[in-house]
Design a protein around this ligand. Structure first.
Ligand SMILES: *Cc1c(COP(=O)(O)O)cnc(C)c1O
Length: 392
């Protein structure tokens, strides 16, 4: 009946599949957190996070998931009553903004559309209207993992500059760092954050933040600062203070190994791998869409992310159950406005052609087995694309 024995394949957009090397890196006896090994480990990670974010600014490692890193960014640069502008493109910037509101910040949303990326011209227009510069920070995500949109962070940075607005530009790169270009300094970003468990191929539990000098200046007078998240507390020479306490030893070994693997592959190759595999997924979805039962959530082809594809579909539960129970492939469910109305295919982190083609093949198998109308040959279109693009 079923063909699912063997390793289950996790195709959800985080946490993502971890390389065996990363799993093995954690398998070691307890270690002295005051040892040179740990001090050097922290130094190397803080340095390499600067490379990943492409910044000369300061980096910080928190024992936290993405929500924790959100709170780290907010508490270090904002004060009670500050106004911020949240650029909506799905669910995640809204979630970040909700955290700010709960902390006492005055949050204004720049309304977005679940089927579109942020429009930089609208950001510029809103900022130009803020002649008194009441907006203290602007929050955006690079990839919205719910809608599947990629926002043009560089263009938004330029729009902020064009408006001559001094607000801090804060960007969430949880579903994109290590998968696609991110240029914190080059794009005018003041604060960036990410997490260990998506493109960075490590277990959940580490939150990463980077801040430039402008943000660290604002930090000096921020009144939402609390001891655990506080940048100043973590900047001293004492290694113990880098984590506000005990270092997350095993997660650090895992993250060290994962970043080594990304650097060995070379980031430009990692980005290219993601773009090829994402396009293979899009070729398949394009063909399946001909059946009129499913289609891309994101309307504009150039606004579709290279890390996750959100497929709009009425009642996807049976398809997801088939893929999981019969074939051992776990797809992402629709979340937020798309709950029960979409599924998500992750192509983020430790993924290669067999993983992606296998996932597409299983989805196509499910569409067929369940009698869901779809254009035939989606997986074949993905194979054809890769066969033409990946030269022998
Ligand atoms: C997953 C995700 C988060 C939240 O991360 P958690 O580790 O689940 O708290 C934030 N932003 C984006 C864009 C994400 O994809």
């Amino acid at each position: 009946m079923v063909v699912r024995a063997g390793r289950e394949f996790l195709a959800i957009p985080g946490p993502t599949t971890m390389p065996d090397e990363v799993l093995r890196a954690m398998h070691r006896p307890a270690l002295d957190i005051y040892s040179d090994t740990m001090v050097q480990m922290t130094g190397s990670l803080l340095r390499d996070l600067g490379t990943l974010f492409a910044t000369k600014g300061q980096t910080y490692i928190y024992i936290a998931n993405g929500h924790g890193a959100w709170e780290a960014t907010l508490s270090n640069v904002l004060s009670r009553g500050d106004k911020i502008l949240v650029l909506e493109s799905g669910r995640f910037a809204v979630g970040w903004g909700n955290a700010a509101r709960a902390m006492g910040v005055d949050v204004e949303g720049l309304k977005g559309d679940w089927r579109r990326a942020i429009r930089p011209a609208e950001v510029e227009a809103r900022l130009r209207a803020d002649t008194r510069h009441e907006i203290k920070a602007i929050l955006a995500v690079q990839v919205d993992t719910a809608s599947g949109a990629i926002n043009d962070i560089e263009a938004i940075g330029k729009a902020i500059k064009a408006a001559g607005h001094p607000a801090l530009f804060m960007v969430d790169a949880v579903a994109s760092l290590g998968c696609m270009p991110f240029e914190m300094d080059g794009w005018g970003i003041d604060v960036a954050m990410s997490g260990s468990q998506k493109g960075l191929m490590a277990p959940p539990g580490l939150g990463f933040v980077a801040a430039n000098d402008r943000a660290r200046e604002v930090h000096k007078t921020a009144d939402l600062r609390t001891p655990y998240w506080d940048w100043t507390e973590r900047e001293g020479a004492e290694h113990y203070h880098k984590y506000s306490g005990t270092a997350p030893v095993y997660l650090l070994f895992a993250q060290r190994q994962a970043i080594d693997m990304l650097f060995d592959e070379k980031l430009e190759n990692v980005f290219r791998r993601h773009s090829l595999l994402a396009e293979a997924v899009r070729r398949a979805v394009t063909v399946w869409s001909e059946g009129q039962m499913l289609g891309f959530n994101i309307a504009e082809p150039n606004e579709r992310s290279n890390t996750v594809t959100t497929v709009a579909m009425k009642d996807p539960a049976a398809l997801l159950a088939y893929c999981k129970n019969m074939c051992g492939v776990i797809l992402g469910v629709g979340i937020g406005d798309l709950q029960g109305k979409a599924f998500r295919i992750a192509h983020m982190g430790h993924v290669n052609a067999p993983m992606i083609l296998g996932t597409l093949g299983v989805i196509e198998m499910g569409l067929q087995a369940l009698g869901i109308p779809h254009g035939k040959g989606g997986t074949e279109a993905a194979i054809n694309f890769l066969g033409e693009t990946v030269a022998a």
